[in-house]
Design a binder for this molecule. Structure first.
Ligand code: IMP
Length: 177
């Protein structure tokens, strides 16, 4: 595919479906972390839209936001499990309640690496919120504390997720035809 070619996108999860589920997740997270300070850690770039919506669905003032960047070596549609932190958190998380916000858990290799890395920094707790999960491709069983949707083994794009850096701006989640 060339970068100028336009392919058809079939909708898998609509804007409304996503918005409703994000509100539910936000309410559940707010209830679980009531009275505690919470650090949302967005994994760039794929989680940028999800985190923006999720943060606004968690009422209250005790919510901090930070990001980290990960590069996972592999081809455009498959991760190899070799992960590099390309941009680190701006603040220490020692003693903090951390909720990692991820776009999708596929093989689980990326999250296994990241969660292990964050635990070495002695946070009070680390949990995972992922918008999507493709259980059929799991290599590592990663407990997802807050999950948006379970999806079949399809390569999805939109709402932050890319194919070769494109389609992140689609307001819904779709599959390339
Ligand atoms: P894992 O290490 O296989 O779990 O892969 C996780 C990362 O691969 C995600 O954070 C995404 O960046 C990317 N990824 C996996 N599946 C898809 C997909 O269907 N669409 C877009 N990116 C994906």
């Amino acid at each position: 595919m060339t970068m100028t070619e336009t392919r058809q996108v079939k909708e898998l999860l609509s804007r409304d479906q996503i918005a409703r589920r994000v509100q539910e997740l936000g309410a559940q997270i707010a209830a679980d972390y009531q009275g505690k300070e919470l650090v949302l850690v967005g994994v760039l770039k794929g989680s940028f839209l999800f985190l923006a919506d999720l943060a606004r669905a968690i009422p209250g003032t005790d919510v901090l936001v930070d990001f980290l960047g990960l590069a996972s070596y592999g081809d455009a549609t498959r991760s190899s499990g070799v992960v590099q932190i390309t941009a680190d958190l701006t603040k220490p998380i020692e003693g903090k309640h951390v909720l990692v916000v991820e776009d999708i858990v596929d093989t689980g290799l990326t999250m296994e690496y990241l969660l292990d890395n964050l635990k070495t920094r002695h946070p009070a707790s680390v949990k995972l919120c992922s918008l999507l999960h493709k259980p059929s491709r799991s290599v590592k069983q990663i407990p997802i504390d807050y999950l948006g949707f379970t999806i079949p083994d399809l390569f999805v794009i939109g709402y932050g997720l890319d194919y070769a850096q494109r389609y992140r701006n689609l307001p819904y989640i779709g599959v390339l035809e």
